[in-house]
Write a protein that binds this ligand. Structure first.
Ligand code: HEM
Length: 147
């Protein structure tokens, strides 16, 4: 648990206010543009994008709060994605970074100082959990983690 990060993250979400409208669509368009190799896997982005965005934010907040269900959730979303492909820890890191940067850009000057660092710290821990889970279940693409 990291109460400082949790408080900063929750405060930063409030600064987004109604500027979160359309964010899942923006995230998907950018993510697919940055990863054209995955474009064919997104069969029904309209159906998936809200859920994928919401569950990403939930697991990051849950990680900061030290919630008991975070490890199960990581296993569950890795399993869920096996229906589409074996995504690497780097793919998850890129998605988390995109989510953080997009929230900060939308909030603009209201975004609290150090909020992005707090979100990123939790993202880094989740990416480590993804890598550890995939190593056990044998689905990791063998690439070094970003340093
Ligand atoms: C913490 C990170 C992520 C979470 C919590 C998450 C969660 C989800 C959820 C809940 C869905 C909807 C599944 C359904 O409705 O059946 C989904 C779909 C999907 N996700 Fe993720 N996701 C994450 C990261 C990623 C990453 C990094 C990729 C890599 C490309 C990815 C690729 C996909 C694809 C291809 C679909 C199916 C979309 C479609 O059917 O159009 N996800 N994800």
């Amino acid at each position: 648990m990291n109460t400082d990060d949790q408080n900063l993250m929750e405060a930063s979400l409030l600064t987004l206010a109604d500027r979160d409208h359309g964010m899942p669509q923006e995230l998907f368009e950018k993510f697919i543009a940055d990863h054209p190799q995955y474009a064919p896997l997104f069969l029904n982005p309209e159906a998936a994008r809200d859920r994928m965005t919401r569950e990403t934010l939930e697991v990051m907040l849950g990680q900061a709060a030290g919630e008991w269900w975070v490890d199960h959730t990581v296993v569950n979303f890795i399993d869920l994605h096996k229906n589409y492909a074996d995504f690497s820890p780097q793919d998850y890191a890129a998605w988390f970074a995109l989510v953080i940067n997009t929230m900060a850009a939308r909030a603009g000057d209201s975004w609290p100082e150090k909020a992005s660092a707090a979100w990123q710290r939790q993202a880094d821990m989740l990416v480590e959990k993804v890598a550890a889970t995939e190593a056990v279940t044998g689905t990791a693409q063998q690439q070094p983690l970003p340093s």
